[in-house]
Design a protein. Structure first.
Length: 153
């Protein structure tokens, strides 16, 4: 695929600085603002999902949704993203605020069709660990058991 043929679809709500900057280029037909949209109406129409988070969100829902829909994630190494995205397995990671690192990830995923297919194949499979309720219950039970065994309690 050619990066020049890439379109940017911005989903979600809220006025962010990036949106102000992007709206300065209203004649660019490759930039689309969707506002708040349901996942089932969004993910089937995208190839990859970019999560350039600067926050330390421990469990970003957008990453779980993306993986569940089988979409590779290009995400920043911030918060819980590196724990959910295995670089080169179900997505690619870049250093926050490092545009050249981010651009390298985009170039890599668009220039290597085999890599894209590999990431896509692994995305959905890797989402199961985050969606398995019984797995979460077992983890919580293990934490509670460990706390109960702690000296001084």
């Amino acid at each position: 695929a050619n990066l020049l043929d890439t379109e940017l679809w911005v989903a979600g709500s809220g006025k962010q600085d990036y949106e102000v900057q992007l709206r300065k280029h209203p004649c660019d037909p490759r930039i689309h603002f969707m506002g708040r949209v349901s996942p089932k109406d969004f993910y089937p129409h995208v190839d990859i999902v970019v999560v350039p988070s600067l926050l330390n969100d421990n469990l970003p829902g957008v990453v779980i949704e993306s993986l569940a829909f089988g979409k590779p994630v290009i995400g920043s190494r911030r918060g819980g993203i590196p724990e959910m995205i295995v670089d080169g397995y179900n997505g690619l990671l870049f250093e926050p605020e490092n545009l050249s690192d981010f651009a390298a990830c985009l170039s890599k995923i668009y220039s290597d069709g085999d890599l894209y297919q590999y990431l896509e194949d692994n995305a959905k499979a890797s989402s199961k660990q985050f969606l398995d309720v019984s797995r979460w219950i077992m983890k919580y039970e293990a934490v509670y058991s460990e706390v109960q065994r702690a000296p001084g309690l």
